[in-house]
Design a protein. Structure first.
Length: 317
């Protein structure tokens, strides 16, 4: 058996399980991690970067350490390595659930049920849905799908391809911490600084890979790869996030829409620069964004598996 093939098979099987069953409704490992993180935060919170850095190191270190232990214990047991890697891959991927949420939003908007759409939006992002019309709900959905295609699919697969189980679980811990405390709010502006910066580093390459894959796959939604790549190059750096802008700009170019604008996060309004040249996303663009996200996700799985196979082959060459 080729050395390292257990990790390769595990990534493929874990991605297949996510594609078929998605996330469990109860007892998801990431939710369990989040509850433990919240408990720790209550105990050590201080309005300082030092406390936040310690918090980040403890949380990521603990999860990464468990990943390293699993990696070591299964090093000479290919079947066990496959099973552990598959479980970790399934636990950290969120592409199927992301697509399902997008489809739910599309259905609500298509039927004109704005109340249902507003109730559903918090499943995708942290914006205040009250008062948003169909156009703004569609924009929020498309932007969230674009960003989360990288966070929930491409990035964990990149780190899984690079570092196996430790890379998979450590990345998910980093991204979860950013979602929980990496906000520019009075409480987390200093405490969440380390988590936010570490997430920026972890997503630097995956976000740009997501942008390139999105541009290449633009024909899936009748878009132009050349236009998507042009918007990615021109507008990707304009977003306040060093990574989210690459994903959103590429989606804007591929879909032929214009993203960005004022976002209300519970009374805190952020004005985002416009990305793309087309009209604002229409309701029909929500399903198009879901289709594009799925294509990018499947391509990322193929790239991750291919990278692992190449790595294994080179080791035995």
């Amino acid at each position: 058996m080729i050395r390292g093939s257990g990790t390769t098979a595990g990534i493929f099987l874990g991605a297949a399980v996510d594609a078929v069953v998605g996330d469990p409704r109860r007892g998801h490992p990431v939710a369990v991690f989040g509850s433990r993180v919240s408990a720790l935060e209550k105990r050590i919170y201080r309005d300082s970067r030092l406390a936040g850095t310690a918090f980040t190191v403890i949380c990521v270190g603990a999860v990464g350490g468990l990943g390293l232990l699993a990696d070591r214990l299964t090093r000479s047991r290919p079947l066990a390595r496959t099973a552990v890697t598959a479980a970790a891959t399934w636990a950290v991927l969120g592409g199927t659930t992301l697509a399902e949420e997008g489809a739910h939003m599309a259905g609500s908007l298509e039927s004109g049920d704005l109340r249902a759409a507003r109730e559903r939006l918090p499943h995708l992002c942290g914006r205040d849905p009250a008062g948003l019309d169909a156009e703004e709900l569609a924009r929020a959905t498309v932007e969230s799908i674009a960003e989360n295609t990288s966070d929930a699919v491409v990035a964990p697969l990149v780190w899984g391809a690079v570092a196996g189980v430790p890379g998979l679980v450590a990345y998910r811990a980093i991204n979860t911490l950013d979602a929980m405390v990496g906000h520019r709010s009075p409480r987390y502006n200093r405490f969440g600084w380390a988590s936010a910066r570490l997430d920026d580093v972890a997503n630097f390459v995956p976000a740009r890979l997501t942008g390139l894959l999105t541009a290449a796959l633009a024909p899936v939604v009748d878009g132009s790869p050349r236009r998507a790549l042009a918007v990615l190059r021109r507008d990707g750096h304009r977003h306040p996030s060093p990574n989210a802008g690459r994903c959103e700009a590429a989606f804007a170019g591929a879909l032929g829409v214009r993203l960005g604008g004022a976002n209300n996060y519970g009374g805190r309004v952020e004005h985002r620069p416009e990305l793309g040249d087309g009209p604002r996303p229409a309701v029909a663009d929500v399903r198009r964004s879901v289709r594009l996200a799925r294509a990018v996700s499947y391509s990322a799985v193929a790239l991750a598996v291919g990278a692992r196979l190449l790595r294994c082959t080179n080791r035995d060459a």
